[in-house]
Design a protein around this ligand. Structure first.
Ligand code: ZN
Length: 332
């Protein structure tokens, strides 16, 4: 899927950005920091400057607290425990099998908070096309239960990527005392369907929920974007109570993602803001808790793919996402 977006050159030299980011870190709290750092070094030869400025101010207005500067910045990767797929997942279980298990809450500043992480797709989906093509009701309309997701040209699948980032994110959040639940942890043969992914967050009464993805756009399309729920009121969907809180969550995630990864907001969607509002995603439409998606990059672009396939970069991505979530949890 490709999008037509503004022509924009993503900033290249990460090295030159670091001193500036560090200098700004002493001055600017919260999500705004990332946007400022990005704007300062990235605004050359593009036509999206004013849009980013407006987002920067809105991120500033809604960022109530400092970013998670106290978050442990471990570089230790989570172990990729690949459980074998067992069990019958026909039923819309809530909670789902073992993926809904959450580790005992550790002590930490965010003890008592619950975060649901939704690793997009499932590595087994491509072997269960009939199951994932079944239609489910997302409030506004019927839509496929789930999709296979995309992959890099070399075959690294989005589903593997999302699980890896999700596991790294879980490790970081648990160290803050957050209770983390997954919608799937590679422990079921396919799915869950998008409606169940939403229900798992709802049933957990999550303080925040996030769905992890990477995009499959045209080569040359680069950068990340965070997807916010639009106001939907149709059928079983009513996002109106979560639109504002989800936007707050999304702005914090976007700002911290910029800062932690050095990646620029998407150059093909979102007018350079890194934020996109959608009303066609069941995982958002059916959510009753603050929830966003993040498309971490474009797997079909070779430069983005080089980042997405790097474990060190995925750790930065998880760190940035975690700091956005922690910032949101502290303010809420
Ligand atoms: Zn996806």
């Amino acid at each position: 899927m490709s999008y037509v977006g503004p022509d924009f050159d993503p900033p290249q030299p990460r090295r030159s950005r670091r001193p500036l980011t560090v200098a700004l870190a002493a001055l600017v709290p919260g999500a705004l920091l990332g946007w400022l750092a990005y704007q300062a070094v990235g605004a050359s030869g593009d036509d999206g400057g004013q849009d980013r400025a407006s987002v920067a101010s809105s991120a500033s207005a809604s960022s109530g607290g400092p970013a998670a500067s106290t978050a442990p910045s471990t570089s230790k990767a989570s172990s990729a425990s690949s459980a074998s797929a067992t069990g019958d997942d026909e039923r819309p279980a809530s909670p789902a099998p073992s993926s809904a298990r959450s580790a005992p809450a550790a002590s930490g500043p965010l003890k008592g908070k619950v975060v649901v992480i939704d690793p997009g797709h499932n590595p087994g989906n491509f072997q269960h096309t009939a199951d994932i093509n079944r239609k489910v009701n997302i409030g506004t309309n019927l839509k496929e239960c789930d999709t296979t997701g995309t992959s890099t040209n070399a075959g690294y699948s989005e589903a593997r990527f999302t699980l890896d980032v999700a596991r790294r994110l879980r490790t970081i959040l648990q160290k803050q005392g957050v209770r983390v639940k997954f919608t799937q942890d590679g422990d079921r043969p396919w799915g869950p369907c998008v409606d169940e992914r939403a229900r798992i967050g709802n049933a957990a009464h999550a303080d925040a929920a996030i769905s992890i993805h990477a995009d499959g756009a045209a080569a040359g399309d680069r950068g990340f974007h965070v997807i916010l729920p639009g106001a939907v009121h149709a059928g079983a969907a009513d996002t109106r109570p979560i639109v504002d809180s989800s936007a707050d969550l999304g702005e914090r995630v976007a700002g911290n993602f910029v800062r932690a990864t050095g990646s620029a907001p998407s150059n093909y969607i979102g007018d350079g803001t890194g934020l996109v509002t959608r009303k066609d995603l069941g995982g958002l439409n059916l959510s009753t808790v603050p929830k966003v998606f993040i498309e971490c990059g474009n797997m079909r672009d070779s430069k983005d793919a080089a980042l997405l396939t790097s474990g060190a970069w995925r750790q930065k991505a998880a760190q940035g996402i975690s700091e956005g979530i922690v910032s949101f949890l502290r303010a809420s």
